[in-house]
Design a protein around this ligand. Structure first.
Ligand code: AMP
Ligand code: ZN
Length: 459
């Protein structure tokens, strides 16, 4: 068997940098909390998936095989984390005069489109909550048999006081939380209790509801991740990723559900969480009420991949401040990186010394800013050999298409002008050739004369 890389991660469980030791060396099992598909994801959400993509690429570059599972939340995620409020998809369906099914379909497609533009590798299993209702019901039944649940007038709840390790991941002060009276608990026994199954309200018309042993309704948000991750990855798996916002509630509840139901110890060995994309300046998007969407970035003339570059300039455990100015700087650096790299001649060699530095950076808790600095160091090092092959290899991890030649889209009008100029040159009509060159320039292209003809470049 090939020797695997030694990779270190910050494990939220214990808050320590740890050497990654897989359960089964031949296949790493990894789960990523996916999107709630009620609207177009904003670029903050996309940081989550660029992050999980980097985790996976680092493992794969380190010679591990990875099975990655991601959920699509298409039911049960309510507008309030306290198990109250409306179902986000149903709410969007009413607002947009359509069904929750249609909303789910539309925004799942949009999400996959965005991830592909960002060079995020497709996951091996993409699973929807609504396709796994029997699995969720069966998990709730198991919890019921083990005495973890109770009924209220609006659903089946998890009694967190029955799970002694509750809150360990988040280092929650559960007793402090119980003592304070800030959170309304209504019929809940404890403040931290959460819904496993919610009943459809009498008279409420839901697009998504199912019959269960407890009554007609729909699953709570957290149960889908326990049910689907364990279905595809087993009772204990290697890595679980998500944003830091998930630590105190969603992931804490996933642990309580999964470990409560299986009773067989640890649910996940390594919990990896990324920090947020923030915007210190004013909120700049109308559609998400805060951060922009990838579509909006494109409309402003940015390349999606430049956003990926921007995300990689910060360590994943640090907040990243977004502004159009910061993104513009990243886009400029990315363009320069690409332009310089594309001038390099391939000498067929690899630069071991720079590659070593690069590996050290990525294997040390995914230090992408350092990895980018190594690439820049290599490009600036006039004496260094093997630049082309080394950058090609580094880009397997970064996924920035550094050496990919962009196909230039030439409008028909410009194409005709190029032909006209070629004819004028042949006829030695230099005045006309110069005129056409100026027209081409006005259309956003530069035409250069080379030995055997002309060469067109973007302005
Ligand atoms: P949601 O679609 O709301 O379920 O969230 C999807 C993912 O986006 C979760 O992993 C969140 O942690 C993450 N997320 C939400 N807002 C941000 C943000 N501003 N920056 C980074 N990640 C975020
Ligand atoms: Zn989840």
């Amino acid at each position: 068997m090939e020797e695997k890389a030694k990779i270190k991660f910050m494990n939220t469980l214990g808050r320590k940098i740890e050497i990654f030791v897989p359960i089964d060396e031949s296949k790493i099992k990894m789960y990523t909390c996916g999107p709630t598909v009620y609207s177009e994801a904003h670029i903050g959400n996309m940081r989550a998936y660029i992050f999980s993509d980097i985790v996976r690429r680092v493992l794969e570059y380190g010679k591990y095989k990875v099975k990655q599972v991601m959920n699509i939340t298409d039911v049960g995620h309510l507008t309030s984390d306290a198990d109250e409020g409306e179902d986000k998809l149903q709410k969007a369906a009413i607002e947009q005069k359509t069904t929750a099914w249609d909303i789910s379909k539309r925004y799942t497609a949009q999400f996959l489109d965005d991830t592909s533009k960002l060079n995020i590798q497709p996951v091996h299993v993409l699973c929807k909550a609504t396709d796994h209702i029997p699995e969720q019901i069966s998990l709730i039944k198991k919890l019921e048999q083990k005495g973890f649940t109770y009924l209220t007038s609006d659903g089946v709840y998890y009694d967190t006081s029955k799970f002694p390790r509750y809150g360990d991941l988040a280092k929650l002060d559960v007793e402090g939380l119980q003592a304070g009276k800030r959170i309304k608990i209504r019929e809940k026994r404890n403040k931290t209790d959460f819904a496993l199954w919610k009943f459809s309200k009498p008279g409420e018309k839901r697009d998504m509801e199912w019959i269960s042993p407890w009554g007609k309704g729909f699953p709570g948000w957290h149960i889908e991740c326990s049910a689907m991750s364990m279905k595809y990855l087993g009772k204990t798996f290697d890595i679980h990723t998500g944003g830091i916002d998930h630590i105190p509630i969603h992931h804490t509840n996933e642990i309580a559900q999964s470990e409560g139901a299986t009773g067989s110890g640890k649910f996940v060995n390594y919990w990896l969480h990324h920090d947020f994309l923030i915007s210190k300046k004013e909120k700049i998007s109308k559609s998400t009420g805060g951060l922009l969407t990838l579509t909006e970035l494109e409309q402003k003339g940015f390349m999606p991949i430049a956003y990926r570059y921007f995300v990689l300039t910060a360590h994943y455990r640090k907040p990243l401040d977004f502004s159009l100015e910061n993104l513009e700087n990243a886009q400029n650096s990315y363009d320069r990186l690409k332009n310089i790299s594309n001038e390099i001649r391939d000498d067929g060699k690899t630069n071991i010394s720079y590659l070593k530095k690069f590996k050290r950076a990525i294997n040390n808790d995914l230090n992408t800013p350092k990895a980018l600095a190594v690439i820049w160091g290599l490009l600036r090092d006039e004496k260094a050999k093997g630049k082309y092959q080394t950058i090609k290899e580094m880009d397997r991890v970064l996924g920035l298409d550094i050496l990919k030649k962009e196909e230039m889209k030439i409008p028909k009008k410009v194409q005709r002008m190029v032909e006209e100029r070629e004819k004028a040159r042949k006829n030695k009509d230099w005045k006309k050739a110069d005129n056409v060159r100026d027209q081409i320039l006005d259309s956003g292209f530069i035409i250069e004369d080379i030995l055997d003809g002309q060469r067109l470049k973007k302005r």
